[in-house]
Design a protein around this ligand. Structure first.
Ligand code: FES
Length: 180
């Protein structure tokens, strides 16, 4: 049978004085050791302090860096162009629309039964993205109900200005947006 490490009161009693009590006030495990060299102890502590400090700094940097990058977006320089191939003409569905990035603006290209028009997709009220409502034949902003004509002029709503107008044309398969 395997021997158990369990110390029953009977066994504890039989152990007798196998272990001697440490003197009061002494640190366990330090018995028999004399006072260590204080210089080496100090150097060890300062080295450990530097290691802990370095690890702490590395953890802080690796934690804060992504947060700072998230809060402060990178400065991206958008090169202004007068016209741009934004996609394929077939991408814009009949009686539908599609929104493309053009310079710093977003452009709404509407395909009204084959008649293509383009204007800014950013509502001049508070900047929501507008959409083409084919059934009502108008551009609509879902945020506060601004309504615009297909060419961007105001129909009704709280918006102060019409949508910026752009030109759009098709060359071969290419859909090209340009400044008006
Ligand atoms: S943001 Fe378009 S109506 Fe308010």
């Amino acid at each position: 049978m395997a021997q158990s490490n369990f110390k029953s009161p009977a066994r504890m009693g039989s152990l007798g004085d196998g272990a001697t009590a440490a003197p009061a006030g002494s640190v366990p495990g330090s018995a028999g050791k004399g006072p260590g060299p204080k210089g080496a102890d100090f150097e060890r502590r300062s080295f450990l302090g530097m290691v802990v400090g370095g690890v702490g700094a590395a953890v802080a940097v690796s934690t804060l860096y992504p947060i700072v990058r998230f809060i402060v977006p990178p400065v991206t320089v958008v090169k202004e162009v007068n016209e741009l191939v934004v996609g394929k003409a077939s991408d814009v569905p009949l009686k539908g629309f599609k929104i493309y990035q053009f310079n710093k603006d977003k452009v709404l290209v509407v395909n009204d039964n084959g008649k293509l028009t383009a204007c800014s997709a950013v509502c001049t009220h508070l900047g929501c993205l507008v959409r083409w409502e084919s059934a009502q034949n108008l551009i609509f902003c879902p945020c506060h109900g601004a309504k615009y004509k297909q060419t961007g002029e105001i129909i009704s709503g709280p918006q102060p200005k019409p949508l910026i107008a752009y030109k759009v044309r098709v060359e071969g398969e290419d859909l090209i947006v340009s400044k008006a």
